[in-house]
Design a binder for this molecule. Structure first.
Ligand code: RUB
Length: 317
């Protein structure tokens, strides 16, 4: 079965991080499934279902950490797995509707997080953020447009420098922003008297830990040291059903060349792309369904999936 060129390209773009950020990855995967369904030509219904499963596996294999990817894929594939269809046209239509539904929900969720999270921002705030999160940007831009005035400190976020994207986007929106090296975080928190930290998430576990860009947990420690609120902004499809029975989240290890192109002989390089911040260091999680304490993550998962913990953990990846 031939996977359409455009679908292969989306998978490759996720892998190579041309498409990046957990929300965008999820929407791109939903779109890829939609394109795959639209482009399918030959064969019968059973072949179509096999082919869609193959595309689903290809998409999920691109990056391992953000649960938004399998959650989005499973959301769309659920309609195929749980319904009986008369013919391919009916099945194709169901996939397209589910994918569009997911994308629309996701875009609305980011907007809603902006509205809910903006209420937490006050004029005079000095806010630190890490990496590039569309949920965080949504909060900052919404707050700014509502007339609140504040300053943002964005970390560079080595080795891929996603902080530059954040700084550029905020500057474009007219928000005063200062770019700082990752290693300057504690100094900046002290010297600039940072008032709150806001970061995004790739995965939220059932016990309320947040997996986000490497370096996030150090910033959480620094925030705790100075008693500064540490806020996470995330859509609920980044909550992981696989973690309800304690399944660990795989931390993506990226190529060493991202850290150093030509390391001198005898030097090994590690390049973990994410880390876990324990719930004790997180003050609140802003979702499209409201603000929750990290300890309520399991309740959100129950509301989303309505399955027993074991069933949830056995959902297809
Ligand atoms: C991106 C990252 C972002 C989250 C949330 O990592 O860690 O903080 O994905 O982003 P990478 P969003 O650049 O490796 O994908 O709020 O846009 O989903």
């Amino acid at each position: 079965m031939v996977v359409p060129e455009e679908v292969r390209r989306i998978a490759e773009d996720i892998q190579t991080m041309k498409i990046r950020g957990a929300g965008r990855i999820a929407r791109a995967a939903a779109r890829a499934l939609m394109i795959a369904a639209q482009e399918y030509k030959s064969g019968g219904l059973d072949e179509f279902l096999d082919y869609m499963e193959q595309v689903a596996r290809l998409l999920v294999s691109t990056r391992p950490t953000a649960v938004s990817l399998p959650n989005a894929v499973n959301y769309v594939m659920k309609v195929l797995r749980e319904n009986k269809f008369q013919d391919i046209e009916e099945a194709r239509k169901a996939v397209i509707e589910a994918a569009q539904g997911f994308i629309e929900y996701s875009e609305q969720a980011v907007k809603r997080i902006g509205e809910i999270g903006a209420r937490l921002i006050k004029t005079g705030d000095r806010i630190l953020t890490h990496c590039n999160s569309s949920a965080v940007e949504s909060i900052l831009v919404t707050a700014w447009r509502s007339g609140k005035r504040f300053h943002v400190y964005a970390t560079e976020t080595r080795p891929r420098f996603q902080g530059y994207i954040t700084a550029r986007n905020l500057a474009k929106a007219g928000i005063p922003v200062t770019l700082v090296p990752d290693s300057a975080v504690l100094q900046v928190i002290e010297a600039k008297r940072i008032t709150r930290v806001i970061v995004g998430a790739d995965t939220v576990t059932a016990n309320g830990a947040v997996i986000n860009k490497i370096g996030t947990s150090q910033i959480a420690l620094a925030a705790r040291l100075h008693r500064i609120p540490f806020i996470v902004a995330t859509e609920t499809y980044k909550f992981s059903p696989y973690t309800v029975v304690g399944q660990p989240v795989e931390i993506e290890e990226r190529p060493p060349e991202e850290v150093l192109e030509n390391p001198p002989p005898g030097i090994r390089i590690r390049n973990p792309a994410f880390d876990a911040t324990p719930p004790e260091y997180i003050d609140m999680i802003v979702t499209e369904r409201g603000i929750i304490p990290p300890k309520s993550a399991a309740l959100v998962l129950w509301e989303m999936f309505r399955r027993s913990p074991v069933e949830m953990s056995q959902l297809r990846v």
